[in-house]
Ligand binder design. Structure first.
Ligand code: ACO
Ligand code: ZN
Length: 166
């Protein structure tokens, strides 16, 4: 197994593979039409990671108009990370970190997103570790957010200006 990986834009023919990875890695699963809608509206921030000649991880996002979660009462264009996952055998080599950084660069450049946010299970230490490492802060706790009753942290990050993302 090679340590190398590359990122590229999602394409329609990747859908089954991405859905299988989501199913394997997360209890939150979605219909194919949900993926297609996100891809149709925000293709630039739907990105896959390839290693060993196959897709091993993905990120998909939605751009939303709303209020900043970091500065009160400031309208902002937010990039919402709807789902990110990397197959177990390919973890801890930086794939998720690069997927996040690339999606934020694209979200800022193509959709003018100034802030990124997501929900994560309060017990999901690997994912919380990833987001904290990138500079995200816990901005809210959503009680009973998940279907099984677990709480979510909302975590947020101000996307640095052009060229300033590490
Ligand atoms: N424990 C602690 N910190 C971790 C862990 C871990 N298990 N995994 C990653 N991190 C942190 C570390 O700081 C790491 O840097 P380091 O390896 O230099 O110490 C940093 O995050 C970057 O890690 P990556 O290698 O980029 O992360 P990876 O590619 O392994 O993917 C992910 C992380 C996506 C959370 C993976 O574990 C996964 O797919 N988990 C199951 C699915 C999931 O939980 N997805 C997120 C749900 S929330 C949402 O989708 C919005
Ligand atoms: Zn969400």
């Amino acid at each position: 197994m090679s340590q190398e990986f590359t990122l590229r834009a999602f394409r329609g023919e990747d859908l089954n593979r991405v859905m299988a990875i989501n199913f394997e890695c997360l209890p939150e699963n979605y219909s194919s039409s949900f993926y297609r809608e996100l891809y149709g509206r925000f293709p630039e921030t739907f990105i896959v990671a390839e290693a060993d000649s196959d897709i091993q991880g993905y990120i998909m996002c939605r751009i939303e108009r709303g209020f900043s979660k970091l500065r009160s009462l400031s309208p902002a264009r937010l990039m919402h990370v709807v789902s990110i996952a990397v197959r177990e055998q390919y973890r801890r080599r930086g794939i998720a970190k690069f997927l996040m950084l690339e999606a934020m660069k694209k979200g800022s450049a193509f959709y003018e997103a100034s802030e990124c946010y997501l929900e994560v299970r309060v017990g999901n230490d690997p994912a919380i570790g990833l987001y904290e490492r990138l500079g995200f802060a816990k901005t809210k706790r959503n009680y009973g957010y998940y279907l099984d009753g677990e709480d979510a942290w909302v975590m947020s990050f101000a996307i640095p200006g052009k060229g300033k993302l590490q």
